[in-house]
Ligand binder design. Structure first.
Ligand code: CA
Ligand code: CA
Length: 304
């Protein structure tokens, strides 16, 4: 059953309506085998570079970016890593507390629109990092999948516990783009020789996902080729929080998220590029945003 009234509005997600679910909305997909990627970091050396792009969205205007020396997680923070943090600290995530505008625990979940509800983001009571699509879903057997349903505060808390930090947008973009001038970090073709290079959406969003890349939702980290810095899933799989805030008209502060997700398609979003950016309310967890962490040689060096 749907409640179709709009209870809140997110700058990044558009209208979000309340979903009262008696069934599990998750599709079952036969996923290809993926190698196990051990936790590792990659060292990035200081640079001044061109951030942004001129050929796409206006918010990506070219500007000078600067980074110091830092290392960055080779893959997105996984469910297993996040579970270790929860076990060690007893931390309670944002989604596990009553949410602003809804007054119950839960988070935003993507669902294809239908005749009853044109919104594709719906607030699902009970959706959390350990049941990302709401009651009935689970992360059992998904320890190597990226954690989602984490707010900015949750991501920052994990980073602090691991004695690391979230990347600035410049740190993230430099590590993702690796200086590439091409449309995609791997070249100007989205699928060279027909090969999917990242977990995105194939088909017409939001109605048809052909899953040519093998995944309807998230993929285990490291299923797709690493970039030239040895970093996996910088493009696609899940969006990633940065600690770069942005001006916002919403009540909550907003931060830049990077890299696009499994919901980015050619006909919508298309933000699976290093320059792409979106602005996300800090307190709105969703099932397509995760994060990775960095450690700076000089902890105070968050130059822009
Ligand atoms: Ca996919
Ligand atoms: Ca990603």
């Amino acid at each position: 059953m749907f409640l179709t009234r709009k209870l809140t509005h997110s700058a990044a997600l558009g209208a979000v309506s309340l979903w009262i679910s008696g069934c599990n909305p998750v599709k079952t997909v036969s996923a290809p085998a993926c190698p196990t990627i051990p936790y590792a970091t990659q060292l990035i050396t200081s640079a001044t570079f061109t951030m942004g792009a001129t050929r796409t969205y206006p918010e990506e205007a070219e500007r000078v970016g600067r980074v110091g020396n830092y290392d960055i997680d080779a893959h997105e923070v996984t469910n297993a890593q996040f579970a270790a943090f929860i076990d060690a600290t007893g931390y309670i995530t944002t989604a596990e507390k009553p949410q602003v505008g809804f007054d119950v625990e839960g988070a935003a979940v993507f669902m294809p629109p239908n005749a009853d509800n044109p919104n594709w983001w719906r607030f699902v009571p009970g959706a959390t990092w350990h049941q990302p699509e709401g009651p009935g879903s689970s992360i059992k057997g998904q320890g190597t999948y990226p954690v989602v349903q984490v707010s900015y505060e949750d991501a920052l808390a994990y980073a602090a516990w691991s004695k690391r930090d979230l990347p600035t947008e410049a740190e993230w973009e430099y590590a993702a783009g690796a200086g590439a001038a091409s449309q995609y970090v791997w070249g100007d073709e989205r699928t060279p020789s027909g090969k999917e290079m990242a977990n995105t959406w194939q088909g017409t969003f939001p109605l048809e996902n052909t899953q040519n890349d093998g995944f309807d939702l998230r993929a285990p980290v490291g299923c797709f080729p690493a970039n030239t810095h040895g970093l996996y899933d910088m493009i696609g799989n899940v969006w990633e929080w940065t600690k770069s805030d942005t001006p916002s008209s919403s009540a909550a502060p907003t931060y830049v998220i990077k890299g696009g997700s499994y919901l980015c398609a050619e006909n919508y979003c298309a933000r699976y590029r290093s320059a792409a950016r979106q602005f996300q309310e800090a307190d709105l967890p969703t099932n397509h945003i995760g994060f990775r962490t960095v450690s700076r040689q000089d902890p105070d060096d968050t130059r822009k």
